[in-house]
Design a binder for this molecule. Structure first.
Ligand code: SF4
Length: 350
């Protein structure tokens, strides 16, 4: 059995042809699905024999909503979602004036080992399929009965470590036949897997790439991000310049501020020097404190000073507003605390 959400239009048309059907049926079926009709019997223009074939060969794989936590502070909703193999992931819905935005996961767990992140504590369990990445948006849209217009691939997992499935996801989510969410409304966040940034650039998509930089020197970066042992900051910046030259898109650099680790004035000056003149934007993220490590959030004053110094270097800066601080909104926290309270793995299956 195949998950229909794993299929691009071209792939489904090819399947139709191989199975003695007209290719245009592929378009009809996908347009039903992405309009929200997931039962083959309800697809009015599909002949009964094909409905039968679809039932024999396909399913529409949607995750189960295990829990929904809503922030009393800002209305952010965190969804704990379960797949049929018992694995759990998190997706976070944030409501802004300009529309609904969702932060989705691309892997169960993560292999990258960033010290400040709860998603990686038990390593990577597995990649999510294209359909599993897409279905996070669909299940949340169904739940709130509203459209989602912005996507960030910033939940658990390193998107470029699941490259092929993520590329296919980007095609379907932005296609007219799919969820039709414009690529300019999609941000992919990576810890900096250099060869994949070049590959992505060559696709010439119009998504925003966000690099989790978090330090201005390789030595400092190595302290918090093991990926820094593989690729230097200079190699990452070179790949970013290539991305900009191919796409003309501004790069976002994510910088999680950790008290007394990377939030000093000297750090800000060095970062400003490093990025000066580049088509980029820095997003400062006051780190979420998790009980698995000792990192502390920077003071308000340190955050303001850091931001000011970058601005003095001509760099655009924003400070991420904390969303859902009362609901374990940092990536990976909810899944871990849920699993810990379930004690027996079998209880999270159904
Ligand atoms: S921050 Fe991202 S890349 Fe780093 S461990 Fe967490 S999920 Fe993986």
């Amino acid at each position: 059995m195949n998950n229909l959400l794993d299929f691009t239009l071209e792939e489904l048309k090819a399947w139709m042809k191989e199975n003695g059907e007209s290719a245009f049926r592929g378009q009809q079926i996908l347009s039903w699905i992405y309009k929200g009709v997931k039962e083959f019997d309800d697809m009015k223009n599909i002949p009964k024999p094909l409905v039968h074939k679809l039932k024999e060969n396909f399913f529409v794989g949607m995750p189960k909503i295990i829990e929904v936590y809503k922030s009393n502070i800002d209305g952010t909703e965190k969804f704990l979602l379960g797949f049929t193999d018992g694995n759990l992931i998190e997706s976070v819905l944030m409501r802004y004036k300009h529309g609904n935005s969702i932060c989705i996961s691309t892997q169960v767990g993560c292999a990258m080992g960033c010290k400040f992140c709860a998603s990686t504590i038990e390593g990577k369990v597995r990649n999510l399929t294209t359909g599993e990445i897409l279905s996070q948006i669909m299940v949340v849209q169904d739940y709130i009965n509203e459209r989602i217009s912005n996507i960030v691939l910033m939940g658990s997992g390193e998107p470029l470590d699941n490259y092929n499935n993520v590329i296919k996801f980007l095609e379907i989510v932005s296609a007219e036949y799919g969820l039709n969410i414009g690529q300019r409304h999609i941000t992919l966040s990576t810890c900096g897997i250099v060869p994949k940034i070049y590959e992505l650039a060559d696709k010439e998509l119009s998504i925003t790439v966000a690099i989790s930089l978090h330090a201005f020197s390789d030595d400092k970066r190595k302290e918090i991000m093991p990926i820094a042992n593989r690729y230097s900051i200079e190699e990452i910046l070179e790949a970013c310049r290539y991305y900009i030259s191919k796409t003309n898109r501004r790069i976002t650099f994510e910088y999680a501020l950790v008290k007394d680790v990377n939030d000093g004035r000297e750090d800000a000056k060095a970062l400003g020097k490093l990025l000066k003149g580049m088509l980029c934007h820095v997003n400062l993220i006051p780190v979420n404190e998790i009980k698995e490590n000792t990192y502390k959030r920077s003071s308000k004053k340190a955050i303001e000073d850091f931001s000011e110094i970058l601005k003095n270097h001509g760099i655009e800066v924003t400070t991420r507003r904390e969303m859902g601080s009362d609901i374990n909104a940092a990536c990976g926290q909810l899944r871990r605390s849920y699993i810990n309270t379930q004690e027996i793995e079998g209880r999270v299956k159904w």
